[in-house]
Design a protein around this ligand. Structure first.
Ligand SMILES: [Zn+2]
Length: 52
């Protein structure tokens, strides 16, 4: 049983609550990030990768 909570604000991956377990992290400003991004987003600004 999954409930869509929102989307990662960085990669926009959908974040679900699975049986009471949130598939990501709610930040102080109430935004959601997935675990992958939360590990990399300790810095203030995550910028879009430069494209050539
Ligand atoms: Zn993410």
């Amino acid at each position: 049983m999954e409930e869509l909570i929102g989307h990662c604000r960085i990669c926009e991956k959908p974040i679900y609550c699975k049986m009471g377990f949130l598939d990501g992290v709610v930040q102080a400003d109430k935004t959601l990030v997935c675990f992958e991004c939360s590990g990399e987003s300790q810095k203030e600004n995550v910028t879009v990768e430069p494209q050539k």
